[in-house]
Design a protein around this ligand. Sequence first.
Ligand SMILES: [Zn+2]
Length: 604
Amino acid sequence: MRIDQTTIREILARTDIGTFIGTYVQLRKRGRDLVGLCPFHGEKSPSFHVHPDSGYFKCFGCQKGGDVIKFVMELEGLPFPEAARVLARRAGVELAEEDPAAARVRGEKEQIHAVNELAASFYHRTLRLGAEAEGARAYVAKRGLRQETVDAFKIGYAPDTWNALVAELQSNGIDLAIAEKAYLVKARSGGNGYYDFYRGRLMIPTYATTGECIAFGGRSLDGQEPKYLNTGATPVYTKGRGLYALNVARRSAVDREALVVVEGYLDCIALHEAGFTNAVASLGTAFTPEQATELRKYAERIFVCFDADAAGSNATAKSIDTLGAAGCTAFVVQLPPGEDPDTFVRANGAPAFAKKLDDALPWIQFKLDREIATILIKRLPPAQAAQTAETLVSALPRVEWDKWRVYVAGKLGLAIDDLRANRFVNNPANFAPRIGGGTGMVRHVAPTAEPPSVDREILAALVDEPTLVAEFAPLIPSEVFTDERYREIYRALCAAAASLVTASDVYAVLGDDRDAVERVVALQKTDRSSQIRFPDSAARRAHLERVVERLTEDDLERRFRELDARIDAAFASGAAISTEDRDEHRKLAIAREARKKRRLSPRG
Ligand SMILES: [Zn+2]
């Protein structure tokens, strides 16, 4: 489909980019820009800028940028025409019809959305007012759901008859063949007419993050099997793609920098009711990669809270892997056996669930605990147990080895040295296991031999908070480093900037470069004798900003001009321009621009 330029200009003119992006990302005013945490890459400090005047957004971390249509394309994974359509609908801009084939496909999807919305309204109205919904209202009341919650999630009731929805749709002139594609009605055998698919069930609609009603879950109220009857595959819905309540939870997820994932609709709704508005439901027993990728757009930290039984535990273990692969950091919320989030929060209140979130296990500990339990059950001889344990530990990201080796050894009653296969660069004296102290392990580190230097200070700040690399890479050229080895490490980090979120990512970049790993380990040592200490993100940022200040403008200009001349010369002689030169040129250009902007805008 083609949308003409006039229409695009009208969509852009009628959409305030700041207000629009503000519904996805918490933005703060800084000078003439609005600034927030980038929804496209993990970061702890904001490098995502929106310029309301020009109508553009730009992330200085991952370099994504463009107009508001581009924003919708990136965030919702939509092709250009679809993104333009979403915005046109919001802005009330009429779009000309596209070619017939595309129009048919799109038309069918829109019709399914419309019939779903009509059904959701009908079910909701029936639950609120229908005489036949008395039992359903009693059920809702028994579960402690407030009216605002019922309205916010548009919970409804499907009457226990064969043609209530059919009649409602017919009176609205709906083509029932579309309703059948939406999984709302079924064709009678023999081909005369349709009957309601959902009967006598509490109806919970699922909405896409773009606002359309895409599916339903119908919970049986009289013990009828199945407990949940769900929408099958339709042109607008694929099981394992969406997440229930993400349309509501995403804003709060961005604010709280975390999402809570539960299994069922009613678990999720109960958490929202208790104030955990960043809860979503996976509606399945384990995550799909698509769902994990979707979650990652809104938060890096994912709290998984599945049932406490064996099936739930297995689903959790699987989900952890899927989340990790998508770049999320998983935490496992553990509820008492037999409880689910719904029963727990209703019986114990919101503060008790908040405490469970605080006590959530890091994913590594959850996985190790499962493996340790197996080793203990098998009663392996110590040498074999140590070998198995070391295999477990060395499968973890390198940066985690020291800490978890201590943990595993403590749990199995083994000596650390039995585990350590001389693999790591640290001295055994650096570790002191503390058995019986839960997870409270202490790491002792010998004082570092090298005195602090500019090189080491910059790297220490970056390794402490790797998301800063993307932000400062364009501002701090590698020439600032005097020590060649540190300069190489810095360059390696800059080259991988977009993928750096946690310290383990840094180690992954360094790979088998033992010397580099050793240097970074030394930087990370957190004992009091070290003089390089940044207590928090603000201190790290302040330090890096000072470094940037120190680079005089002259210096920047000189290097930029040198590079410019080199590229010009290459052009003139027809020689190839190296990727490094081109990248460096681009970085310097961005740095110049950033400096210019800093000079013009007041500090904030
Ligand atoms: Zn970004």
